[in-house]
Design a protein around this ligand. Structure first.
Ligand SMILES: [Zn+2]
Length: 101
């Protein structure tokens, strides 16, 4: 019998979100210890477009890229989890990872 170790983490366990430019690999890290500013429209390293200024990046906008929806959802779960205007769900999202090698 083999055993595998896995890590399970909740949204509250995420320390930071790091965006890595697909073009130049520059990274921009947002700490999740407090609410931070908006994602820039262009890469701070090479100025390639990171997101279109034409679209907002709310989690429910149909034309928004999935990566932006994920970031928006993490922020909503982290900072507005108890917002009475949002209909609650009966579960928490947990992320599971293989043990680092
Ligand atoms: Zn770049």
């Amino acid at each position: 019998m083999t055993s595998e170790k896995r890590f399970v983490a909740g949204i509250g366990d995420i320390k930071a979100l790091t965006l890595e430019c697909n073009n130049c690999k520059a990274r921009l890290t947002y700490s999740l210890s407090e609410k931070t500013g908006a994602i820039p429209f262009t890469c701070p390293g090479c100025n390639v477009e990171w997101r279109s200024p034409d679209y907002p990046y709310g989690a429910t906008e149909p034309k928004v890229a999935p990566a932006l929806k994920l970031i928006s959802a993490v922020y909503l779960l982290r900072f507005r989890k108890d917002d009475p205007e949002q209909k609650p769900v009966g579960f928490s999202v947990l992320l599971e990872f293989d043990e680092p090698r």
